[in-house]
Write a new protein. Structure first.
Lengths: 104, 326
């Protein structure tokens, strides 16, 4: 998956979320996503279904996570929750890496 | 997030001298040209509204009595590679800081080459510093952005104007309607008279476009657009809240009732959040962060920052080859 396709998935996700999210992002960043996306690549995103249950790539969700951390958080509690989850994912990823080394 | 760099705008005039020095240092994100630009704006009464140094940097200002300097900045902007100038006519998000509702002009570049980020800031610095050497002509494409900005600033139009130059030197001037769905037909009729056509590109917002092969052609077309639209626009800013408005539009009207005190701003943010349509991402923190249980961690987040054009590590930036393009 290339960057343009990832941005296309991010754009589809943002437009499905609509106001309250799109207008939380600085306009330059919004237009960067819009202009650099692959206009021939589309995914359908339903704002009423949790993202983890939809066909959105991990790469695109990482970009959404970065936007979430910077612009969508409503409170410090939410920011801390995101940072905790990322740390947890980091330690899980390290464990898997170690397991795989020893499997070989 | 640091004390000064936490994505909310901080009015620079509200800071002490010491705080201002600290804040400008942080806002410049290690770029000396951006730091100089921030000081130049402060010393010349140009109110800055936001900035970013990275792949695709930008610099945002509120226009007040510094129109001469701003006009020079607009005139010089065509020298910036892959330049983009935005006129944001209304704020949309009360959470972004106490001046959220004010219109702004924004200069940026779509280039990812580090040298071009410096060119962006240096060009704007030149425009502020060399007052007597720069005389913008009457017909000037980017200069019309200031006329458009001044006309629309209290009209509640929900329009966003954008002019940009691509790598081949061709130009696009677009306008998007970010709210006020009810006026789409009115805009369509007026903008078509002014030489625009409805954009064929897929966009979730109504968009109109003017294209030009060079700056001279763009100047003629934008001057015509300005003359027709500023003469023909007869809509006033809405004063009553209606159901079809965006949360930001409703907040703009509600602001008059709540005022701009700290308490007023708090009430307004609460009101704004209550107007955001409910989705799984807006219900609870647990629901809002559930998607993060996928394989998202530091490596993917670094990749995400790179994709968005946000520099992660300034040391890595200095190792990138100058002039490197995608």
């Amino acid at each position: 998956m290339n960057e343009a396709q990832i941005l296309s998935e991010v754009y589809s996700t943002l437009t499905s979320l609509g106001y309250g999210f799109i207008d939380a992002i600085p306009p330059h960043i919004y237009y960067y996503i819009k202009d650099n996306r692959d206009k021939d690549y589309h995914i359908k995103v339903d704002k009423n279904i949790p993202f983890e249950e939809q066909n959105i790539s991990d790469e695109a969700l990482s970009v959404i996570a970065e936007l979430h951390l910077r612009y969508f958080c409503n409170s410090e509690t939410e920011k801390s929750q995101i940072e905790r989850l990322l740390e947890f994912n980091e330690s899980k990823a390290s464990e898997e890496l170690i397991k795989n080394i020893f499997k070989k | 997030m640091s004390k000064w760099n936490h994505m909310k705008t901080i009015p620079i005039y509200s800071l002490t001298d010491e705080e201002r020095k600290e804040a400008i240092k942080e806002w410049a994100e290690g770029n000396e040209h951006l730091e100089k630009l921030l000081w130049n704006c402060y010393n010349n009464g140009i109110e800055t509204a936001g900035c970013h140094y990275g792949r695709s940097s930008y610099f945002q200002i509120h226009v007040n009595d510094s129109n001469d300097a701003v006009r020079r900045m607009l005139y010089k902007a065509k020298e910036i590679p892959k330049v983009q100038v935005l006129a944001v006519m209304e704020g949309h998000n009360p959470r972004s800081g106490p001046t959220w509702y004010e219109p702004s002009l924004s200069f940026g570049t779509f280039s990812i080459a580090e040298a071009d980020q410096d060119t962006l800031f240096n060009t704007l610095n030149d425009a502020i510093e060399h007052k007597d050497e720069i005389t913008p002509p009457k017909e000037d494409a980017f200069g019309t952005m200031l006329d458009i900005h001044e006309f629309f600033k209290n009209k509640g139009s929900s329009l966003m104007f954008r002019v940009r130059k691509d790598a081949e030197g061709k130009f696009k001037f677009t306008t998007e309607l970010w709210g006020r769905k009810g006026i789409e037909e009115y805009c369509d009729n007026l903008f078509k008279k002014a030489g625009m056509k409805k954009s064929e590109e897929e966009s979730h917002l109504p968009e109109w476009v003017i294209e030009a092969d060079d700056y001279e052609e763009l100047s003629k077309k934008m001057t015509h657009f300005r003359d027709v639209v500023l003469d023909g626009w007869n809509l006033e800013a809405p004063t009553e809240i209606t159901d079809d408005m965006t949360p930001g539009e409703k907040a703009l009207i509600k602001r008059k009732e709540y005022g701009d005190s700290e308490e007023g701003q708090r009430k307004l943010i609460k009101y704004y959040e209550s107007q955001i349509p409910k989705t799984p991402l807006s219900i609870s923190i647990k629901r809002r962060t559930a998607y993060l249980k996928r394989r998202i961690y530091s490596k993917t987040m670094r990749f995400a920052r790179r994709v968005l054009g946000l520099y992660d590590d300034k040391k890595k930036v200095s190792n990138e080859r100058r002039g490197e393009e995608r």
